[in-house]
Write a protein that binds this ligand. Sequence first.
Ligand SMILES: *Cc1c(COP(=O)(O)O)cnc(C)c1O
Length: 491
Amino acid sequence: MSPLPDPSAQDAIVHPGHLERLRAELLSGVDLLLERLGSATSPASGADADELAARIGAVDLDRPASGMPEALGELGELWLRDAVWFHEPGYAAHLNCPVVSPAVVAELLVAAVNPSIDTVDQSMGATFIEQRLVAWTAQRLGFPAERADGVFTPGGTASNLHALHLARDEARECTGAPLERLRILTSVDAHMSVDRAARLLGLPADAVLAVPVDARRRLDPVALSRSLEAVREAGLTAMAIVATAGTTDHGAIDPLPEIAGLAAAHGVWLHVDAAYGGGLLLSTRHRERLAGIEQADSATVDFHKTFFQPVACSAVVVRDRRTLRHVAWHADYLNPADAGGAAVRPADQVEKSLQTTRRFDPLKLWLSLRVLGPDVLGSYVDAIVDLARAAHQRLEEEPHLTVRSAPELTTLLLRYEHEAMSPEEGDALVPRIRAALAAEGEALVAATRVEGRRWLKLTLLNPLATVDDVLAIAHRIVEAGHELAATEVSA
Ligand SMILES: *Cc1c(COP(=O)(O)O)cnc(C)c1O
């Protein structure tokens, strides 16, 4: 007899005796999902965020709903009605991708079985699936198979922190340099997580040196070479060079072979942040654009961006597994260093990770590869690269739009402009156009700054979207620009 008095409390534990309840609840969840997915006709509802926050704030979490049907009905109103849908071609804001269905099935299995992939004794095959996928990714990167290793992380931010942690400790071991003398060299367009990692790793506020970029926004190797010299002359230690393969705003891929040559010549750790551009590893047509990545000491790949996987799914991969010793810890209750008396202790992933309990996120990539294969995912990458190029050509012909240079990957930067407008007026319109679009929900775009000017940003990650879909977003931008510019004049 279970000490639980209420049978409905017992049933809620996932258990072979409670399969009926689990099946009924799963099916009602699936019904809600399919119904909402099926009825979504725009990427967003245009709901007012404050009003939505107030309605969610009013839910009394200490008084449950009458059961799953009521709770799901409530959720449909509080969340799914106003959810943002990344499969909608009008969604072109951030680096969010539509997801493949095998990955969704994997998510369900992971949640119900609930392994933690920190130690083999909690996960068995799950650990080996992760290790196999890391080896596969390393092979795609061109890292030496017998030495490469790595671990899944919750995202590119965590992967970059992890890689720089290893780089820091390698540099300190080799040079004995104190933290305040360590420097990281990266381009001005590197992801902000590089700065964040530097601070978390105890480096001084000025530790990240922003190297200039060329006209295509790629790190300039000549400037990098000068910075490396300057660091040395100042008696400082270059701890790492971070090259980006696909910058967040421009999709620029830094010149990896030249950078790798400089890193080798100066004996500096090279990390390649391929959080965005990593999908090119799957492309038969564009893989060569990552040439040089095989010379990196570490690389970040975000499967939840250009591998069409649900959040969270990322990996940090290192060329030499021995460098992972810098994050290894042992605990008697988990992974004792002396194997606890057993002759052999299996390789536990916890020794490579900054996390302890860790979700079996690799499974979604595994099932996607086993059902679809890498070439299908690669064809999606080709499709979005082609889409961005074709859309760029058409946008250049559009009146009232200024479009920045041809896309390096899948982002497009544009501004609404007309003859009588100053650049400052154009800047002021960028956030207002973006907000006007968001308030309608038909098209969602992002915004950024380049050399002091504001730009609207389209990030194209939807292989189902067409050039006409992108043009529709552009036309909405022009319309909103006309309307806002007119109210400006009359005001
Ligand atoms: C998205 C991105 C990151 C951060 O990845 P998260 O998964 O959001 O943590 C890092 N670097 C680049 C270049 C990115 O585009």
